[in-house]
Design a binder for this molecule. Structure first.
Ligand code: SIN
Ligand code: FE2
Length: 216
């Protein structure tokens, strides 16, 4: 038996490598799901989902909010992290302990030890919502990875290269999957194709994505 076959039989698609420092952890968040959904409801009660406007003047099709010390925002003036929710004038809701633990354990499973996120974007996709190719580059320190958790409706994630025009691979992301990318892969372009209307048992026609960063 070749070592590849051995790997496949012992770890059936649990860790799918996307690059030297990027991988999908299939189903990694499943044990956390009920806690995550309760915690998301608590966050949204304080800082509701909203459709932010890009510097170019377009409303994003994805609705978003944040938790943690810093939250990512966009408006006509540009992209940035703030400690206050511009819609409520209050600090972003605190990061729930279950969020930090999941992010830390997923990062470690992808070989990034001691990840301590200070920002979590909560993205909500409805049928048709999409996210065009972009780099995550508003963070101060690129040494920390990005940890991205998928819940609800399945989506097609696009993972490209360091230039916008590089070819992309299509990665199906299901409820409970986690993608981690950092190191040499930290600035790869990525996006999400328009969401299909294939209702999910727990979340209905929605997809929720949690993206953890070390922003400050
Ligand atoms: C993001 O790039 O911020 C979100 C990615 C996703 O929704 O899977
Ligand atoms: Fe991103």
């Amino acid at each position: 038996m070749s070592s590849l076959e051995l790997f496949e039989t012992t770890e059936p698609e649990r860790r799918q490598r996307l690059g030297p420092a990027a991988m999908v952890l299939r189903g990694f968040a499943l044990p956390y799901v009920s806690d995550l959904i309760l915690a998301i409801d608590g966050i949204v009660a304080l800082s509701p989902f909203r459709h932010m406007v890009t510097p170019g003047g377009f409303a994003m099709s994805v609705a978003l909010t944040n938790c943690g010390a810093l939250g990512w925002t966009t408006d006509r003036r540009g992209y940035r992290y703030t400690s206050v929710d511009p819609d409520t004038g209050m600090p972003w809701p605190a990061m729930p302990a279950t969020f930090s633990r999941l992010a830390n354990e997923a990062a470690a499973a992808a070989d990034f030890e001691r990840f301590e996120p200070d920002a979590c974007l909560v993205n909500q996709y409805a049928p048709g919502s999409r996210l065009s190719l972009h780099q995550d580059k508003n963070e101060r320190d690129y040494r920390a990875p990005i940890v991205s958790v998928s819940l609800g409706v399945r989506a097609t994630f696009l993972f490209g290269g360091p230039a916008r025009t590089d070819p992309t691979i299509k990665v199906p992301l299901h409820h409970g999957d986690v993608v981690v990318w950092g190191g040499a892969d930290r600035l790869r372009y990525h996006g999400v194709m328009p969401l299909k209307d294939e209702p999910h048992a727990l979340l209905g026609s929605r997809r929720i994505n949690l993206t953890f960063r070390k922003a400050g």
